[in-house]
Design a protein. Sequence first.
Length: 203
Amino acid sequence: MYKININEQLLILSKEVYGQPSDNILTIEYSGQSINLVKIIHLLENSTINYSYVNIYTYDLKRLWDDFIGICKIVSAAGGVVKSDTGRLLAIFRRGSWDLPKGKIESGETIEDAAVREVEEETGIKVLSIQDKITTTYHTYRNKSGKLVLKPSHWYQMTSIETPLIPQKEEDIERAIWIDAEELLNLEEPMYKTIEEVVKLTI
């Protein structure tokens, strides 16, 4: 199963129907034609309906996934859920929403090295250790030419000392804070859904 956030709407690709029927869930059996994937993506990008999720299912999940990534440009990223010596998490506020530090994996760089580098660059801390991989999240956006971009983000647990933070302004980071995970999830300001998913996995 794959979960992809498209314009903060959730698309689930699965082998079987996911979940139970509901008025705000759209379930579609994949026809094998990628043009239908394009239509669903456009629907999620432009819909005023707030679906709980849209589910596309087929017994041949590999083909469905291959067809999906075939219509996207892939830009892989890596980042970290950083826990301090006091047990608090590092969070950043970027482009109107709470986020976690992450960024693009450079050519020749390992995923783990990219994750550590991006965390240190975006927040000014020193990562003491990188631990288990937490998960991979997926979201899409449009680049300047209008091409659909799929961004797989690889997330790792990290540790650091709770030192003062230096938000990287060049990456549109307005604030960087140390905060309890439960408190972070309950802040009034919005949080990207993929980030909420990652934080919940660390509690």
